[in-house]
Design a protein around this ligand. Structure first.
Ligand code: COA
Length: 136
């Protein structure tokens, strides 16, 4: 098993993995959207591969102040084998290397059970109001 950075050749496999893992995708997850994302922090967007098969992925970003964790997913056949934990550890190592002091993430209310996974990785819940606006 090895970590390697996401490339646009992985697009279909990664979209399939996100869908299999039940993540909500948005208009930002088109091929063009991920191409734009790759222009920033390409080293924070990586996959875990076993024998040329992508079995996990995470899209990290650094906004210059905080590190953000997006779209973490482990293939259902590989869940519960500490791969999620290994990905968080690797991402934390990469954030630290670039001077990032704090990692943030958001959980969909429909996926609230995953909170205990993050708590086991040392994250704490912080209640606040998340607001958003799509720019058209
Ligand atoms: C959440 C996810 C990334 C965890 O990856 P994983 O490889 O299955 O988890 P790990 O094996 O590293 O688990 C580490 C610990 O968290 C616990 N855990 C894992 N997934 C959990 C979940 N969904 N709910 C509660 N606890 C969970 C494990 O039991 C384990 O506990 P232990 O250390 O006491 O044994 C993976 O289950 C997944 O892809 N889920 C679907 C997509 C998703 O919800 N992504 C997160 C979006 S915010």
């Amino acid at each position: 098993m090895k970590f390697r950075e996401f490339t646009l050749n992985d697009y279909e496999s990664v979209i399939d993995l996100w869908k299999l893992a039940g993540l909500k995708l948005s208009r930002s997850d088109t091929y063009e959207g991920l191409k734009v994302k790759l222009k920033r922090d390409p080293d924070l967007f990586f996959v875990l591969e076993e024998q040329n098969r992508i079995i996990a992925v995470v899209m990290g970003s650094f906004d210059g102040r905080r590190g953000w964790i997006n779209h973490l997913a482990v293939h259902p056949e590989y869940q519960g084998k500490k791969l999620g934990q290994q990905i968080i550890d690797e991402l934390q190592r990469r954030f630290k290397k670039i001077g990032c002091e704090k990692m943030n993430l958001l959980i969909e209310l429909s996926n609230e059970n995953v909170q205990s996974f993050y708590e086991k990785q040392g994250f704490k819940k912080h209640d606040l109001i998340f607001m958003e606006k799509w720019i058209t």
